[in-house]
Structure formats: structure tokens, C-alpha cells
Design a protein around this ligand. Structure first.
Ligand SMILES: Cc1cc2nc3c(=O)[nH]c(=O)nc-3n(C[C@H](O)[C@H](O)[C@H](O)COP(=O)(O)OP(=O)(O)OC[C@H]3O[C@@H](n4cnc5c(N)ncnc54)[C@H](O)[C@@H]3O)c2cc1C
Length: 446
């Protein structure tokens, strides 16, 4: 039986960030990744001269240490990008985050008056102490605004009606949206000078995947085992004794950092956890994404970084155009768009054959007049597993006993989006990964 101090399960951004900090701290570690690739759900795909990401990604400058590290890793390849985003609503493109003046211009006077009326300054709607997303959004923005832009979009993205979702799904998406501002706009006053401060972000010139690629270079190949889906974890008392690899090899361990979905993690324990927990995790779900990529014989599809589609009769939630993040992403005179269709494993969208889903999406875009006669050079399709934890209203009561149980293992550390069942972004992973390794260093040197 071989021995390493820290075994890191999963080579997505969380696993690579943990490994990077472990290496910096001089701790022995090994990363195990199931697939032939590193980067998990944060990769850049190459097809001919085209590059595109696994869904619309941007690096948010929200944690100064994370930003400084990514700048050091990428040097001049990390660019500051300024590109707007919009919502497609009723055949119109509306700035996002919502810009009161723009909304006032693009919706009918009657609708704007209704929105403004529902958002009179000082007017407070009551909610209960523990609202679901529908109650939360309606109380905060009024029915007219919420039903147009928030409730339908959320239902499509998360696959549950908004009264079954937690307010936590909104993250920062609702920033910049204020009923009072809409009222001022309805009265004809200019409210926001610029469309959106959120239009600025950091982005690597050859795609978001460059961040994981640079981390992997720093970590070094010998510390990574690709095509190695960890099969099991054998436990004794309050410790993980070791991990089991597909070839049956057992490796003893001092610490395990798991970035795998918490549901998968729990099922891998040997001996098995109590039946009550195994039955609880059947209610813990992840949303998947089907990505359709259209390579276009067109210099630009729009000038947006992303376009959001809240309407329920359109099957996708978002389209992003790689070229508007970096000109390196497409050959000269051409562009590509990535269309995101949320789904659950096994449903019609997830299962549809590539050719059929690509054809359907092309047809729908064309029917909406969005392709504008552009020639589609090629269409491709990808599946992304475990893209989002489904934050159902009240899910914390179901996940809490699972995390309480796993916390009993003194050398098991859950880290990352699917492992902790939280809606985490890259800067969160850098911050939490740094903290986790600091904590392990202090424990291992004792
Ligand atoms: C569509 C989309 C858009 C996003 N946009 C942004 C954004 O704009 N900005 C931002 O900061 N973040 C964004 N994110 C979030 C960011 O990509 C995530 O934080 C990240 O992908 C989650 O990282 P992770 O390492 O926790 O999990 P994952 O990326 O899911 O990685 C888990 C890894 O574990 C591996 N694995 C699974 N089972 C096993 C096993 N048994 N043994 C070994 N390995 C295994 C998987 O193959 C995978 O590589 C976005 C995510 C998505 C899906």
C-alpha cells in the first residue's frame, strides 16, 4: 500500500487550487481525476481554430489575493474585458443588470407604470421569515418585474417551480435592480449613466481553461493521476483510512480533500453510512447542462458577453459569444456562440442525439430571427454534469445531517461546488482553498 499525505479527489478547479496551495506549502499530495482531462466544469474546448468555454465563464475580481494569484499565473494573458450583457424579452434586447432607463424605454408604458407602482419608495411588501424564491423575488421587486425576468428564468435554470426554490439561487444576479430606480425612470429621469458596472471582468486571452492549465503546470504532472475515478473510501472509527482506485489499488491516507459531488462521496464510503442518510441524498440533486456550439461564418453575432433568455417557451437560458471575451477565441471574420440548455440527467434534452438537438436549436434561433441568415459552419454538442447544485427551498434541512455525518471524519475535507453543495465561483474556491491548506499545514506540523 502506497502512502501520500493528502489525497485530492477530483481535478476540477477546486482540486487544482487545493493542490496548488499544498504544493506551495511543501506538503506531499496527489490528485485523482476520473476523466482524461483536468479542469472539470471550467474548461476551454478547442475545435479547429475555434475556442469556447464549458459555459459562460468570467473571472470575478472579488478576492484580492485570488486576483493577484491569477494575475501572477497568467501574466499578460489575463485581460480586463468590458462587454455588456442583455436579456432577450418579447423580441427586444434589454440591458442586464437591468438599467431602469432602458427598461422604461423597451417595455410598454402600461407595464412600466405597473412596475413603478409596485415599487413605490417606502412601499414594503410583507414576506414570511423563511420565504421561498417566488415570495422573496415578488416581495422585493413586485409581481410585474419578478414574473417577467426572474421567476420564469429561475424555473428554467433550476428545473423547479420558483415556489420550490431557495432565495439563495439568486446569488448576485439581482444586484443593480431597484424598484425605486424604475419608478424614477418611469417618471422620465435618467437613473444610471452607464449600462452596467458588471460588464467589466477578467478573462484569459485563450479562454477560462487557461487558469486550470496554469495551475496544473505549477502542480506538475507527477502529482496528477488522470483516468482514475476513485471507487471507494474505507473508513475506521472517525478516520478515512484510504482510497480505492479502479485497478483495486488501495492507498492509505492522512488527509482526503474531496471535490466530488457530496452524494457520490457518501455512497463511496465503506462500510456504508446509515440508510437514513443514503435515502436523504436521493433528494439532493444537481442540474446538468447541454451546450450547443454554433460556429458562425460571421464576424460578430452581437456585442454582448452573454444574452439571457427568461421566456419559458425558449428552451435555453443563456447564449454567450466567446469572441466578445477575447478575439483569440475565433479565427478572423468568424465567431461562435454557445447556447446553454439546463436539464436533468436522463430527461429528453440530456438524451437527445447531437445532430437532432443541434438542428432543433438552429431552427429555433432562426425562427426567432436571431441567426440573421448567418451560415452555420458547424454545430457541436457537449454535456456538462453537476453544473449547479439545485438549491431547493428547505434543502439545508436535508443536507445538514449528511454534512454533520461527514464532518465526524477528522481527516476528510469537503471542498468545491458539488462537494459542499453551494453555488461557489472561482474566486470563492481560491479563498476557501487557501484557508483549507493553511488549516491542514497547522495540523500536520503539530
Ligand atoms: C456553466 C457554468 C458557468 C460558470 N461560470 C462561472 C463564472 O463566470 N465565474 C466563476 O468564477 N465560476 C463560474 N462557474 C463555476 C466554476 O466553474 C465552478 O466553481 C467549478 O466548475 C466547480 O469546480 P469544482 O472543482 O468544485 O467541481 P467540478 O468542476 O465539477 O470538478 C469536479 C471534478 O471531479 C472529477 N470527478 C468526479 N468523480 C470523480 C471520481 N470518482 N474520482 C476522481 N475524480 C472525479 C470530475 O471529472 C471533475 O473533473 C461556472 C460553472 C458552470 C457550470
Amino acid at each position: 500500500m502506497s502512502h501520500d499525505k493528502i489525497h485530492i479527489l477530483g481535478g476540477g478547479p477546486a482540486g487544482l487550487i487545493a493542490a496548488y496551495y499544498a504544493k506551495q506549502a511543501g506538503m506531499p499530495f496527489q490528485v485523482y481525476e476520473a476523466s482524461p482531462f483536468l479542469g472539470g466544469n471550467c474548461r476551454t474546448f478547442a475545435h479547429g481554430d475555434f475556442l469556447f468555454d464549458s459555459g459562460a465563464h468570467r473571472f470575478h475580481d472579488k478576492d484580492p489575493e485570488a486576483t493577484a494569484l491569477v494575475k501572477t499565473l497568467l501574466g499578460d494573458s489575463l485581460r480586463s474585458v468590458s462587454a455588456p450583457s442583455q436579456i432577450y424579452h418579447n423580441g427586444q434586447f434589454i440591458n442586464f443588470p437591468l438599467d431602469a432607463l432602458d427598461v422604461a424605454r423597451k417595455l410598454s408604458l402600461k407595464t412600466v407604470a405597473r412596475i413603478a407602482g409596485e415599487n413605490l419608495p417606502g412601499f414594503k411588501r410583507k414576506t414570511n421569515a423563511n420565504p421561498n424564491f417566488e415570495e422573496f423575488a415578488t416581495a422585493k421587486y413586485g409581481t410585474s418585474l419578478a414574473s417577467r425576468f426572474l421567476l420564469n428564468y429561475s424555473e428554467k435554470l433550476w428545473g423547479l417551480s420558483p415556489d420550490r426554490l431557495s432565495p439563495k439561487i439568486s446569488g448576485n444576479r439581482l444586484r443593480g435592480l431597484s424598484g425605486g430606480n424604475l419608478l424614477l425612470a418611469a417618471l422620465g429621469r435618467k437613473v444610471f449613466e452607464s449600462a452596467s458596472i458588471d460588464g467589466s471582468f477578467l478573462y484569459p486571452e485563450k479562454g477560462i481553461g487557461m487558469i486550470c492549465e496554469r495551475l496544473a503546470e505549477e502542480i506538475g504532472e507527477k502529482h496528477v493521476r488522470l483516468r482514475n475515478p476513485v471507487q471507494g473510501l474505507f473508513v475506521r472509527n472517525d478516520r478515512i483510512q484510504g482510497i480505492v482506485l479502479p485497478n483495486g489499488e488501495k492507498i492509505s491516507t492522512e488527509h482526503v480533500i474531496s471535490t466530488l459531488p457530496v452524494t457520490r462521496m457518501l455512497k463511496m464510503l465503506s462500510p456504508q453510512p446509515p440508510e437514513s442518510l443514503l435515502s436523504a441524498i436521493r433528494q439532493i440533486r444537481f442540474r446538468q447542462l447541454r451546450l450547443i456550439v454554433l460556429l458562425l461564418d460571421l464576424p460578430q453575432f452581437s456585442d454582448n458577453a452573454s444574452i439571457y433568455f427568461p421566456e419559458s417557451d425558449i428552451p435555453w437560458t443563456r447564449i454567450y459569444e466567446s469572441t466578445n471575451r477575447s478575439s483569440y477565441m475565433s479565427p478572423p471574420g468568424k465567431t461562435s456562440i454557445v447556447i446553454e440548455l439546463p436539464c436533468f440527467k436522463g430527461d429528453e434534452v440530456w438524451q437527445m442525439m447531437d445532430a437532432e438537438i443541434c438542428q432543433r436549436i438552429k431552427q429555433s434561433l432562426s425562427d426567432l430571427g436571431l441567426l440573421n441568415g448567418a451560415r452555420v459552419i458547424e454545430s457541436l454538442s457537449f454535456r456538462l454534469s453537476n453544473a449547479y447544485p439545485v438549491l431547493e427551498h428547505g434543502i439545508e434541512n436535508i443536507v445538514a445531517p449528511v454534512f454533520d455525518f461527514l464532518q465526524e471524519f477528522s481527516n476528510l475535507h469537503l471542498f468545491g461546488r458539488s462537494a459542499t453543495f453551494r453555488y461557489l465561483h472561482l474566486h470563492d474556491l481560491f479563498r476557501e482553498g487557501r484557508g483549507l491548506i493553511e488549516q491542514l499545514v497547522s495540523r500536520l506540523v503539530k
